[in-house]
Write a protein that binds this ligand. Sequence first.
Ligand code: NAD
Length: 363
Amino acid sequence: MSYGFGLIGCGMIAGFHAQAIADIRGASVVACFDTIPASADRLAKSIGCTAYSDLNAMLADPNVDIVTVATPSGAHMEPAVAAAKAGKHVIVEKPLEITLRRCDRIIAACDHAGVVLSTIFPSRFHESSQLIKKAIEQGRFGRLTTGDAYVKWYRTQQYYDSGAWRGTWQLDGGGALMNQAIHSVDLLSWFMGPVQDISARTAMLAHERIEVEDVAMATLRFANGALGVIEATTAAYPGFLKRIEVHGSEGSAVLKEEDITAWEFAKARRADAAIKQRMAGKTKTGGGAADPAAIGYHGHTAQFKNVLSAIRRGTKPLVDGPEGRRSVELILAIYKAAEIGRAVSLPLKSDPVLKARKTGLGK
Ligand SMILES: NC(=O)c1ccc[n+]([C@@H]2O[C@H](COP(=O)([O-])OP(=O)(O)OC[C@H]3O[C@@H](n4cnc5c(N)ncnc54)[C@H](O)[C@@H]3O)[C@@H](O)[C@H]2O)c1
């Protein structure tokens, strides 16, 4: 069976979706839609698919089996719900949405329609991430003691000025955390498990005309007792590769973008030396640290293949709706903790009310 994809939102990342799908046998992009018809036309022309200027018309196209939603983050819900109602499988870019209520509405619509829902987190599909996850499941780290994510990136003022939605609460849903570091927040919580409570500080220090944070620091207590930190910024010139560290009583691993730079276990295995060697030169791009377009699409390809396999087998994809919701909840808890200056416990009962949504962070 061949699967037809429809792309919703034809901006920067949609081009990566098209490239990722082109690499999959038995899948092709058959349609695209954007509220700016010229953007849909441009993408359709470059890849050879039908451009629609009306979402419902695209969703009525029987050749479309799956949609990818790549609209601004706070505009994921409406097209995702419409696609589910039309019986299409739904793949949504990160973050799933910018509030828990909006995430839940997407999850409920897909459940109700019986379609597969997946949130895009390509880093989970990198071999290095999979190796660390497996080693944790095998207990190789002993007692997990610390899990940290460091995202010291750089975004120019021109980047924030390039789209009216960027850096706004309403459509970006937050700043360095909700837009950029969310990949690492997702990986860290996938590695370390649920978070029990969070303390945090956020600031907007080096940009103008944005409402959201460009620096965030959080300390975490995981449910398994381990402690950790998340440092996220888009104001660390010139931008450095993101890093995740997992430490335990019997082992440590450090992931720098796609490279494993530390892989040390008290009980070493014969395969460890080969893993260290193989995982040392994996990173082929700037990882988005300075230039948002300097990323690969192989993670998207692997994730789309995982979704197709879930559709075929009637199983869940690796990153389903609730998995996608998890990082949104964590980030909202960080924003709340920073605002009230006290620890916030998880899970959140509902969307926290954030004063910053009304006033912005200011300088
Ligand atoms: N996985 C990744 O590595 C990655 C990288 C970049 C962006 N993203 C995510 O992808 C999404 C889009 O980001 P981008 O950088 O491509 O933004 P962009 O501004 O380049 O593109 C967004 C496009 O959506 C269109 N659009 C806006 N509202 C729409 C609607 N209601 N229906 C249809 N089209 C609509 C705009 O006209 C524009 O063409 C965001 O959620 C972002 O967080 C993910």
